[in-house]
Each structure stands twice: as structure tokens, then as C-alpha cells.
Ligand binder design. Structure first.
Ligand SMILES: [Zn+2]
Length: 349
């Protein structure tokens, strides 16, 4: 390259420019643009290589050739920028097309929120009893020994206290209520000597081994009616109406003698199995019957503790487990699902 004239070099520069423009028009992504820049405009690129060979030119010619080279460089850089913008805008357009809303596609399903089955079962129970004139009465979850046991005819040392495995608090005499029955005492002491018709719903606590059918926390709904002529027939009528409303008309029921310290007489109420209609299935353990609730006539001593004269007043009480009703009604096989916060179970029912 020793004896190149000014014309030779200018010719070379023009050739590089044409090659560069051709190559640039074929570059279609940022990698190719980057490679093109190195090839033609970079420190080791073709343009720089030519400008290193100006040694054979006269001092007057060098600036002239230098100006030609610089003009080409400026022109190529402008073309590079235009090409980069064209590629970027084509990329953006492609992205827009790929990400655009296709109105022919079906919409994404929205999962609507819904009530927990325990809430639904409780509301069903409230509605049925409201139609029979029962109001909701709430009472504390942390109870005194007096309300949880003594006012329900279980003085200290009474063997019936062993019917419930009790959570005791660090404060002597305070327990987590083992049943909703203490609410009976609260309601009676508030309303005596007026008649009462209430249901007492809420959480209760048992210090029990947890398994598929036992939780250490679950719901109960207690019922209490007190008046001057409340009879066992009234109790049966209310409970039969409840069973028919809750599980469908035409239910059959049976009452078995039972024992609770706060009712006398006491019964357990069974209904014919809602799954097999009494024919026998795994849910009813092939007996055809499901245990629904416990009930009885309020013990005279409990009436007295509540402020009613047992000579002039009588009453009935019952207690049911809405969680177990949900298990039967919705065909769930494990009570632990209720508080496990597993959305799949909540979506299923
Ligand atoms: Zn059955």
C-alpha cells in the first residue's frame, strides 16, 4: 500500500461507504448492528484502517482526504442511527401485535368470592330459627368456671365436667368455653322473668386429639326457649321443623334417652341419613341414622340459677354442631379442611 495516491484512497473510502451502506441495509437486529459498527466504524474497522495509510500523501492532501473520510463517517453514523430506529420501531410493532387483545378469545375466568361453608350453614340455621321467632344471642368465648359449669348444674368436682376436655387459662377460674351452653345463663340473667326464645351460636374449644372428625375449635349453636307453658312437645315440634327445613321435607327422626347435667329429661335426636335416606351407607355407618343434636328440658336448678322460678316456668334447650352438618350436607370427609385455609376446598363447595 506504499504508493497510494489521493485518488486511490478516496476511491477506497467510497468503496467502503458503498459496502457499509449495503451491509447496513441487511442488518435486522441489534447484534448485526453492533457487528456492522465494529466492521466499518470501530477502532479496528475499515474506515480507520484506510486513514492509517495517509503517509504517502503530501501534507496538503492529507486534510483533504481526512475531510472526505470524516464526511463518510458522519454520513454512515447518520444512516446507522436511522437504521437502528427502523429496527426498534419494527420490534415494537411486532411486540404490540403479539401482546394485543384478541377480542375473539374467551375471557379469563374470574373466581368470584363466596362465603365459607361454615358461614353458609350458620346463616341457614339462623334463617330457619328466625322464622320460628328465635333471636341470636352472643356470649363470651372466654368463660368463668361459674358460667361454663356451675350455673349449668355442675358444681366443682361434678363428674359430668369430665364430659369435656377443657382448656384452662393461666388465670384461675377462667376457661375457654367448652360449649355454647353458658350463653343460656347469660340470656336468662338478662331477660328473667320475661319469656326467652334465642339461639346462641359461636366457637367452642376442646382439648382433644385432632383428627378427621375432631377439631380443638369448632362451632356450636345452642337454642333456648323459656316460658310459662313450654313443653317437650314444643321442643320436638321446633326440632322437627328445623330438620325438615335444613335437610329437606319428610325427614324422619328418633329421640334417644341421653344425659346432660343441665337438662332433664335429656335426649339425642337422630334423623334418617340425608345421604342414603335411611337405607344405610358409609356416612351413617350403615345404621340409616345420623346424630343431629342433643336436647332436653331445662333442669329446674338451671332455671333457678338463671332467675326463673321452676314452679312457674319451664323451658327447653338444644345444642347442635353446624360443622358436622356441613360435612354431611356437602359431602366433606375431614373437618380439618374447615380451618385449613385451602382455597381448593373452598372452591369445591
Ligand atoms: Zn346413610
Amino acid at each position: 500500500m506504499g504508493n497510494m495516491t489521493r485518488e486511490d484512497i478516496v476511491q477506497q473510502l467510497e468503496q467502503v461507504r458503498r459496502d457499509a451502506e449495503m451491509a447496513l441495509s441487511q442488518a435486522s437486529n441489534s447484534e448485526q448492528i453492533s457487528a456492522w459498527h465494529s466492521e466499518y466504524l470501530g477502532r479496528k474497522g475499515q474506515l480507520t484502517a484506510i486513514l492509517r495509510n495517509l503517509g504517502s500523501l503530501s501534507p496538503e492532501e492529507r486534510p483533504q482526504v481526512g475531510k472526505v473520510a470524516n464526511d463518510i463517517k458522519v454520513a454512515l453514523e447518520a444512516e446507522l442511527q436511522a437504521r437502528q430506529e427502523a429496527i426498534a420501531s419494527a420490534d415494537l410493532e411486532a411486540m404490540r401485535r403479539a401482546g394485543s387483545v384478541d377480542v375473539t378469545l374467551p375471557g379469563r375466568p374470574q373466581a368470584p368470592g363466596k362465603l365459607h361453608i361454615t358461614t353458609r350453614t350458620l346463616r341457614d340455621i339462623y334463617t330457619i330459627f328466625a322464622e320460628m321467632g328465635f333471636q341470636i344471642y352472643n356470649s363470651p368465648e372466654v368463660e368463668t368456671d361459674e358460667y361454663n359449669f356451675q350455673l349449668l348444674n355442675m358444681p366443682p368436682g361434678h363428674p359430668a365436667r369430665d364430659m369435656w376436655d377443657t382448656f384452662y387459662t393461666t388465670t384461675p377460674g377462667l376457661v375457654l368455653r367448652t360449649h355454647t351452653s353458658p350463653g343460656q345463663a347469660w340470656a336468662m340473667r338478662e331477660y328473667a322473668p320475661e319469656p326467652i326464645r334465642v339461639i346462641l351460636p359461636g366457637k367452642v374449644y376442646r382439648y382433644e386429639a385432632v383428627d378427621a372428625s375432631h377439631e380443638s375449635m369448632f362451632y356450636q349453636v345452642e337454642g333456648l326457649a323459656i316460658g310459662k307453658h313450654v313443653t317437650f312437645s314444643d321442643l320436638k315440634g321446633v326440632l322437627m321443623n328445623f330438620a325438615n327445613q335444613m335437610f329437606g321435607q319428610g325427614r324422619h327422626a328418633r329421640f334417644r334417652k341421653s344425659y346432660f347435667p343441665f337438662t332433664e329429661p335429656s335426649v339425642e335426636m337422630d334423623i334418617d341419613c340425608v345421604i342414603c335416606n335411611g337405607k344405610g351407607c358409609p356416612v351413617c355407618k350403615n345404621t340409616g341414622w345420623l346424630e343431629l343434636l342433643g336436647a332436653g328440658m331445662v333442669h329446674p336448678r338451671v332455671l333457678q340459677y338463671g332467675g326463673y322460678d321452676p314452679a312457674g316456668f319451664s323451658g327447653f334447650a338444644f345444642g347442635m354442631g353446624p360443622d358436622r352438618m356441613s360435612l354431611q350436607k356437602y359431602g366433606i370427609d375431614d373437618i380439618r379442611y374447615f380451618f385449613a385455609n385451602d382455597a381448593r376446598m373452598l372452591e369445591r363447595v
